[in-house]
Design a protein around this ligand. Structure first.
Ligand code: ARG
Length: 489
């Protein structure tokens, strides 16, 4: 029963270990066959408790559902089931209180809980694992965990949308430059810009909701891979755990990690959206641009340059995208070569995913915080909106509408007028009517009305366009929708 000498020494000196390292007992759970206890390196590579301890609540909930079903089906006695449930409740409160000792020698959350159950209620604890394997157990726990995570992320997204909509309503007619190629293109409203992100977040929420639907089937009772000979009721445990139904194929049930990949894909796209917004905040707050000021709460200073206001939160949101996408590619690579059914490789699904979910959740909250109290520099925005002849399209449109000129010709005429203004170093509305008429004699004084940035945005009333009244009505519709959703909550 002695652990292999020599090899054990090459372990990493107890790094991260709290107990049980190099223990002299062979594993309690499968000790029947084994004479020697695992090498310290074996234990180190195999242990997952530091990560899967986060599944404790789901593990206990699923075990309680399993035990109740076993009793109902007459597979274990009602008395044993009651003791098991009581013991599991004690463990839950020990873990929440922080008095539970997680043992690395017991590898993972499942064996930590079961072992403690043995200490608490004795041999009846050994009946809990009837008709179950850690393979269906971990798949069940992680599905429950990811489902909870989706719900948390969805709530965070909803409050981000709320923040965006509130600010959009407030700035429905704040004019700012709209860009293509990061060149001033046409004036838009700040509210319209913010509502663009409300739409993007709405699609993100849709992707998570869609993943949640497919996730919501129960693997429990698939056992190791082939099902079980005990008369279990998988429909009952599925229902007790809030799943829509049991998974139909036991091999698929224990080897599927699509639910993690799907949520990480949704998370990656969402993180990319947040990153684009973060990048805009970084650009807008640069003194070279100066369109927006972040509040002190979401800004840091420099240790050497007293004038600096750094948008660290936005930069970190941008960077967190790497973790999220990294976790998706990491798991895709873990899964790509795995034959059915469970393989230990799959234990590597959790750390990256959990890290990605928390990174995303933090990024959503950070963006929402910045949105809630950023201050747009309205004067500077308006000025910048008019720079670079941003109302040239309005002039061309006027020529088409009023003089019935074909658009291509209007484009050409406008180009020449912009050329005149450029030479003079003035904006379009600062040109004399005569100077415009030198290019196109039919132009009348009426044209001046369409050349201001305000009239430009006001005129963009096509569905989905930037006109303040569109923005106001869309923002109000979103408010209603979010409010309704919150009430249904
Ligand atoms: N810790 C394991 C995991 O996360 C639990 C399942 C272990 N199953 C097994 N057959 N060794 O995947």
């Amino acid at each position: 029963m002695a652990s292999r000498k020599g090899n054990g020494k090459s372990s990493n000196d107890g790094k991260g270990s709290n107990d049980g390292k190099g223990s002299n007992v062979s594993n309690k759970m499968w000790g029947g066959l084994f004479d020697e206890s695992p090498d310290a390196i074996m234990e180190e590579i195999n242990v997952s408790i530091d990560v899967d301890r986060h599944l404790y609540a789901q593990d206990i909930t699923a075990s309680k559902a399993h035990a109740a079903m076993l009793a109902k089906q007459g597979i274990i006695t009602a008395k044993d089931a009651k003791n098991i449930a009581g013991g599991l409740d004690t463990i839950l409160s020990e873990i929440t209180k922080g008095s539970f000792t997680f043992k690395r020698a017991l590898e993972d959350i499942h064996m930590n809980v079961e072992s403690r159950l043995g200490e608490l209620i004795g041999p009846a604890s050994g009946r809990l694992h009837t008709a179950r394997s850690r393979n269906d157990q971990v798949a069940t726990d992680f599905r429950l965990f990811v489902r909870d995570t989706i719900d948390e992320i969805d709530a965070a997204f909803a409050s981000l949308q709320r923040a965006l909509v509130d600010r959009a309503l407030e700035h429905a007619d704040t004019v700012m430059p709209g860009f293509t190629h990061l060149q001033t293109a046409q004036p838009v409203t700040f509210g319209h810009h913010l509502l663009a992100y409300v739409e993007m977040v709405s699609r993100d929420r849709g992707r998570f909701a869609d993943a949640r639907k497919r996730l919501n089937e129960s693997p429990l009772g698939a056992a190791a891979l082939a099902g079980t000979s005990f008369p279990i009721d998988r429909h009952a445990t599925a229902k007790a755990l809030g799943f829509d139904r049991p998974m139909a194929n036991s091999l698929d049930a224990v080897s599927d990690r699509d639910f993690v990949l799907e949520t990480l894909s949704a998370a990656s796209i969402a993180a990319v959206h947040l990153s684009r917004f973060a990048e805009e905040i970084v650009i807008w707050t640069s003194p070279l641009v100066g369109l927006v000021r972040l509040s002190d709460k979401f800004t840091t200073g420099s240790s050497i340059m007293p004038q600096k206001r750094n948008p660290d939160a936005a930069e970190l949101v941008r960077a967190k995208t790497g973790r999220v996408i990294g976790s998706l590619t990491g798991l895709l690579i873990v899964m790509k070569g795995l034959p059915l059914a469970y393989q230990k490789d799959m234990q590597e699904d959790k750390a990256g995913a959990m890290e990605a979910y928390s990174a995303l959740s933090l990024a959503i909250r950070a963006i929402a915080g910045m949105v809630r109290d950023l201050v747009p520099n309205e004067e500077r925005m308006k000025l910048a909106a008019g720079e670079g002849y941003a109302t040239a399209t309005d002039l061309a449109d006027w020529l088409v509408r009023t003089l019935k000129m074909p658009f291509r010709e209007a484009h050409h005429v406008t180009g020449r007028i912009v050329g005149t203004a450029t030479k003079k170093g003035v904006a379009l509305h600062e040109l004399d009517l005569k100077e415009m008429q030198a290019v196109e004699p039919k132009i009348t004084a009426e044209v001046m009305k369409v050349l201001s940035v305000e009239s430009s945005v006001k005129s963009r009333v096509s569905y989905g366009g930037t006109a303040p009244k569109n923005v106001t009505s869309q923002a109000k519709a979103w408010l209603k929708r979010l409010e309704k959703e919150r009430k249904l909550g």
